[in-house]
Design a protein around this ligand. Structure first.
Ligand code: LFR
Length: 489
């Protein structure tokens, strides 16, 4: 019996079929599709109906392969949403979190409500694109969509709604809004009234593993499939990725590596302290009643943007070839702080890297290899910084770092990460989010007793590739120089 996971990332989506074969998980990618945001009227949107269309193609391909799944679930990036009107229709096209409408909004909202007030209520890190600031931006701009909004659905909630007709909010993703209060287990009505948004548009958030309806009759007729069960899983892709960390121990550090790099550990309760606020750590909801104490690191985004920029100039290279150019470039020549907010928005990455270098008194990179090396070394050093902060905040000491997600195909980055932290890196699986999505479906159906069994099975099915540190003292010295450049934290 197979099941189906839809995993939507910021640059591509996939439909993955999973089966249990004895004590092994077998996965097959049945459909992969690009996720290309669209700029229109100066606004940056997700192409939500195209994504939904591609999901349907995935189901058709599964059917053609003779695999009608017994259940399916969706996970995606966080914070973004659609608003539904009282006739049940989607109001407008969901915005991309990198759209510039939120510029300055976080400063205004935190100026009014206070950072510690927001953090004490939610435990969530301050990122300018959090849903709270997106909604506040709509309010400030008197968005007509907000006036007509009847329900608030995050991206996977919305896609599930298209499939099932049921409007449900899912817990792990709900926490990323910075509007959900983990101690009351509900949306924070004080914060909502603080930004002028009615609580009535939010539904009680359901836990990962909850039954969330079946395919609508119209969908079944269109695709020629039965009324397949739809489940809520850890619908924030990072929540699903953390489920798939194949750790033997209950205490582990992970790095979910894709467009974003999310580094942290799993905890039973949110760590909401003056220190976690100061370090801008987050406590996002996880599957199995866990929380994800972690920090966002800008990740491969900067490299992806560089690749797009060079392709526009006719210098097209595969990502793997780009990474190779770093190998022979001089080491530890210049660094950036990858988490400087200047790197958040799309476009002009070479110029911004140059600006950063000039501002910090470094020479500018010149060749492609120098740029790529600068970004990758800086990422590895930032991983070390956040790894150590995770140890401090959780009061734990880790033996090494689990890396999951597509970023592990970048073997040089895995090696440099191990060199930077001076501990082993265990890489795998690459399709962490999709596998975590499948695992929670199997926990829901009783195939797995819980997270521990799921992780053991994932370990046995996919294995890990170990990278041992071999960089020596040079990385220590580089780390000291790197840390002196980080000005905004
Ligand atoms: C990763 C991720 C991060 C979130 C960012 C924006 O795909 O979900 O966890 O902070 O995207 O939604």
């Amino acid at each position: 019996m197979s099941i189906l996971a839809y995993d939507l990332g910021a640059s591509s989506g996939r439909a993955i079929i999973g089966r249990l074969n004895g004590s092994r998980i077998v996965t097959e990618e049945i459909h992969r599709f690009p996720n290309e945001p669209v700029q229109a009227s100066g606004r940056l949107h997700w192409d939500i109906l195209r994504l939904y269309h591609e999901m349907k193609q995935g189901l058709l391909k599964a059917k053609a392969a003779g695999e009608i799944p017994s259940s399916l679930a969706v996970d995606s990036w966080a914070v973004d949403f659609g608003l539904i009107g009282n006739t049940g229709e989607l109001l407008g096209n969901p915005y991309h979190y990198r759209d510039r409408r939120t510029e300055g909004v976080m400063e205004r909202v935190t100026g009014r409500i206070g950072k510690s007030e927001i953090f004490n209520r939610t435990g969530i890190q301050f990122l300018p694109f959090n849903t709270i600031y997106q909604l506040a931006a709509m309010k400030e701009q008197h968005s007509p969509l907000l006036q007509e909004a009847h329900r608030f659905l995050m991206i996977p909630d919305l896609l599930r709604y298209f499939l099932t007709g049921e409007m449900l909010n899912e817990f792990s993703n709900a926490t990323t809004t910075q509007l959900y209060n983990p101690s009351t287990g509900s949306w924070d009505s004080e914060l909502l009234s603080g930004i002028g948004i009615p609580s009535s548009i939010f539904g009680q958030a359901v836990q990962p593993g909850t039954a969330a309806g079946t395919l609508l009759p119209s969908v079944c007729t269109e695709l020629g499939v039965p009324a397949i069960t739809v489940l809520a899983v850890g619908e924030h892709d990072t929540a699903s990725a953390v489920v798939a960390v194949p750790s033997e121990s209950a205490s582990f550090a992970y790095l979910s590596c894709g467009t974003w790099s999310l580094l942290g550990t799993e905890v039973d309760q949110p760590v909401i302290t003056a220190r976690s606020l100061e370090l801008n750590f987050t406590n996002e909801g996880g599957a199995g009643n866990k929380y994800r104490l972690l920090k966002n690191i800008m990740g491969l985004w900067i490299l992806q943007e560089l690749q797009r920029e060079w392709a526009r100039e006719g210098k097209t290279q595969s990502f793997a070839d780009l990474v190779e150019t770093a190998r022979t470039a001089p080491s530890f020549s210049v660094f950036i702080d990858p988490d400087d907010p200047m790197f958040l928005a799309p476009g002009a990455m070479t110029t911004r890297i140059q600006e950063f270098c000039t501002r910090t008194g470094q020479k500018r990179p010149e060749t492609i290899g120098q740029y790529v090396r600068c970004v990758m070394e800086s990422l590895a050093l930032q991983y070390r910084y956040v790894y150590e902060l995770t140890e401090e905040l959780s009061g734990r000491s880790f033996q090494g770092l689990h890396m999951v997600g597509g970023g592990i195909h970048n073997e040089l980055l895995c090696q440099w990460t191990s060199d930077a932290i001076g501990k082993p890196v265990w890489a795998g699986p690459a399709e962490g989010s999709a596998i975590g999505n499948l695992a929670v479906q199997w926990i829901a159906s009783g195939e797995f007793s819980g997270l521990q069994e799921a992780r053991r099975t994932i370990r046995e099915s996919y294995g890990v590739k170990t990278y041992e540190p071999c960089g020596g003292e040079a990385w220590e010295e580089a780390f000291q120089r790197f840390r002196q450049l980080s000005v905004h934290r």
